[in-house]
Design a protein around this ligand. Structure first.
Ligand code: PGA
Length: 250
């Protein structure tokens, strides 16, 4: 039984004022049966968001972490720090970090381990570019991004992890994968995981991300292997985010 997860990836957006308003709206609508709600603010707003959550049933996550626990790594944030300020989750391997910040599969695998060493649940992002999709290599790309991490951390580690399929061409573009396109990749990912452990694969939550909004969420979440979403732009507006969360409950 997989509980759907809807995660808001705020990316590098917000101010103290907008965060206060957004969290007021989100906490007012939290507590939906049968789904889990998560917000991932920019690092500097995490304590403010933790305070705004209080006892509300909203999970908290970081958008990235560094591979080491502490030390001379100017500008970086560790898993221990995220756990210390109340995070339960952390996004790793987002395509923006892979493309703009040069993150390799090897580094992402080390971040996965660093997250779990601090009892954080990693949300491992995978996705193909438009060129890769047009060249018909989507499943190959997804497979190699996935196995690069599984080969290092082991499939058993995925008992405490989430995977997000985010086609790069659908992120922030308004162009969503069709439910069938997303389902095809999710089913393939689940069967790749099942080759290593049927039990882990059956319980693994697979999120879809890429221009999810209230208007298309229900259709996407109705697919058998889509267990929720990783939401960028639409997570910055409380009513829109809550509508997406409701779509995960049906
Ligand atoms: P988007 O971003 O919903 O704005 O497309 C999704 C993501 O990058 O996580």
């Amino acid at each position: 039984m997989r509980t759907p997860l809807v995660a808001g990836n705020w990316k590098m957006n917000g101010s103290r004022e907008s965060v206060a308003g957004l969290m007021q709206g989100i906490t007012a609508g939290a507590g939906l049966e049968g789904m889990e709600m998560l917000v991932c603010p920019p690092f500097v707003y995490i304590p403010q968001v933790a305070a705004a959550i209080g006892e509300a049933p909203v999970a908290l996550g970081g958008q990235d972490l560094y591979t080491e626990a502490n030390g001379a790594f100017t500008g970086e944030i560790s898993g221990a720090m995220l756990a210390d300020v109340g995070c339960q989750y952390v996004i790793i391997g987002h395509s923006e970090r892979r493309a703009l910040l040069g993150e390799s599969d090897g580094k992402i695998a080390r971040k996965f381990l660093a997250a779990q060493e601090n009892n954080l649940i990693p949300i491992l992002c995978l996705g193909e570019t438009l060129d890769e999709r047009q060249a018909d290599s989507t499943l190959q790309v997804i497979g190699s991004q996935f196995s690069a991490v599984v080969d290092v951390v082991g499939i058993e580690a995925f008992a405490r992890a989430v995977v997000a399929y985010e086609p790069v061409w659908a992120i922030g573009t308004g162009e969503t994968a069709t439910p069938e396109q997303a389902q095809e990749v999710h089913a393939a990912l689940r069967s790749m995981a099942a080759k290593r452990s049927a039990k882990i694969a059956a319980d693994l939550r697979l999120l879809y991300g890429g221009s999810v909004k209230a208007a298309n969420a229900a259709e996407l979440f109705s697919m058998p292997d889509i267990d929720g979403g990783l939401i960028g732009g639409a997570s910055l507006e409380a009513n829109e985010f809550l509508a997406i969360c409701r779509a995960a409950t049906v």
